[in-house]
Design a protein around this ligand. Structure first.
Ligand code: MN
Ligand code: MN
Length: 454
């Protein structure tokens, strides 16, 4: 299939729409670097358009807009359309968690007059990417009395940043001989957090000084860190990339690019005839096992609640699922000109050639794939082409090199037609990931068409 860049085929007015959309996207990414912040901001934005907690509705009817939040780390937005619920719904699910560096359960220690935090990397990262770059600490400490202390260090202009060191090249002869996996052990990813001693203390003077600062600034003790959700992410804002500004370089685009697209598409589909849902889940990067992940019953129970509040029996969920359609909105890789040998060119997506339809995820012989039916793929092609959505097929790369999965299986298991469809990314899982602006906008347009079309 021929792939053409949107920059080649779209007119100036459309390109302006693309750039305007991307300005908002960059701002959203820069200001919402954690799962909880991203979800909180989406909820605030939805409320401006009349969305309410589903609990506030005794009965649901056409046009009602609602959301349900799960423990601060998962949220589902929905709008009731003209169609019967048993005629099916349209779901787009994307994940809001991103690769990052978490603090260990008991992180603080001192070594050689330096205080450090031990860390635990989250998701499939290349560990060496995260060394020697400015990192910001984000998150919350949950106190026994129920209060929550928010911490954010390293984003404001005059904030200090944190960093993880790497061995100087002059002494790296042995390191160079190792594989990348062995050369950067997880246990050496300790982040430096201070060097000033507390002169009043006998030992561990630097560690004690950090504890003093944490107590003074946030009211927390060392033990409180056990019930914290603190993470290190690259410091700094999302930026335009390329001399022509045609791309975006930013932290967390896997998968906030699809999360943002599905959320903004929902807000732009208020009058859809369909019953439409935007599902933002957590913990995809670590295997979707937790209560706020795609495998949680939260989704199914919300559907039951909606059926009840709309005057149906909850047993009718079987029919609802059978007649529903879902997009698993996750990123795919773009053909990287620096590493062409990893791709199979006929089936690789190209930058700025549109949102990527992924028939097969998984690895090797389709292992782990949720391969949708041909009928469903034809349906997506039909509605995209009818509405001039710029799209392209894309697979992950050469068959035996690796592979990857998405949350598609957690929706396909309900017998919902489910297909992977999302934005192409370069340098996936690196601290700063690269996307094309045309692709970001095509994802938004594709998702909107999916919500609106019969
Ligand atoms: Mn992803
Ligand atoms: Mn990922």
């Amino acid at each position: 299939m021929e792939r053409k860049s949107g920059y080649e085929i779209w007119d100036e007015k459309k390109i302006k729409d693309v750039f305007d959309y991307c300005e908002n996207y960059k701002k959203f990414l820069s200001e919402n670097k954690t799962v909880r912040k991203f979800i909180k901001t989406c909820i605030e934005e939805s409320k401006k358009l009349g969305f309410k907690e589903v609990e506030k509705y005794e009965k649901l009817k056409k046009g009602d807009k609602f959301f349900k939040i799960n423990k601060g780390r998962e949220v589902i937005f929905g709008i009731i359309g003209e169609k019967k619920l048993t005629e099916g719904c349209k779901f787009i699910v994307a994940h809001v968690d991103c690769p990052r560096i978490d603090l260990k359960t008991s992180p603080l220690y001192e070594d050689e007059n330096i205080a450090l935090f031990k860390t635990y990397y989250y998701g499939g990262i290349k560990k060496y990417h995260w060394l020697t770059i400015p990192l910001a600490l984000h998150g919350f400490v949950f106190m026994k009395d129920g209060t929550i202390k928010e911490i954010e260090i390293g984003e404001k202009e005059n904030d200090p940043v944190l960093t993880i060191t790497d061995l100087l090249p002059h002494l790296a002869k042995e390191q160079y001989k190792k594989t990348i996996e062995d050369g950067f052990p997880g246990e050496s990813l300790n982040v430096l957090i201070g060097t000033t001693p507390d002169k009043n203390k006998e030992k561990e003077k630097v560690k004690n000084n950090i504890l003093r600062i944490l107590k003074e600034n946030y009211g927390i003790e060392e033990e409180d860190l056990i019930s914290s959700e603190l993470e290190l992410v690259p410091s700094g804002k999302a930026k335009d990339a390329g001399i022509d500004g045609s791309m975006i370089l930013a932290y967390g685009q896997d998968d906030r690019v699809c999360s943002y697209a599905s959320f903004t598409a929902l807000l732009n589909s208020i009058d859809s005839i369909n019953n439409i849902f935007c599902i933002l889940v957590d913990q995809e990067e670590i295997g979707s096992r937790g209560s706020t992940s795609a495998s949680s019953s939260f989704f199914e129970y919300l559907i039951e609640e909606i059926l009840e509040k709309s005057g149906y029996s909850i047993l009718e969920k079987r029919k609802l699922f059978e007649n529903s359609k879902a997009i698993s909105g996750d990123v795919n890789t773009l053909l990287d000109p620096n590493y062409k040998e990893a791709y199979e060119p006929k089936n690789a997506a190209r930058i700025n050639c549109g949102v990527v339809l992924t028939k097969i995820t998984g690895a090797r012989g389709k292992s782990g794939s949720t391969e949708p039916t041909g009928e469903y793929i034809a349906y997506i092609r039909k509605i995209f082409d009818k509405n001039k959505v710029l799209w392209q097929p894309g697979e992950i790369g050469k068959l035996e090199l690796g592979g990857g999965g998405t949350v598609a299986s957690y929706f396909a298991r309900y017998n919902i037609d489910t297909i992977d469809c999302g934005t192409g990314v370069l340098s996936m899982h690196a601290p700063f990931e690269l996307t094309g602006k045309i692709d970001i906008y095509s994802t938004f347009e594709g998702y909107k068409v999916f919500y609106l079309e019969d």
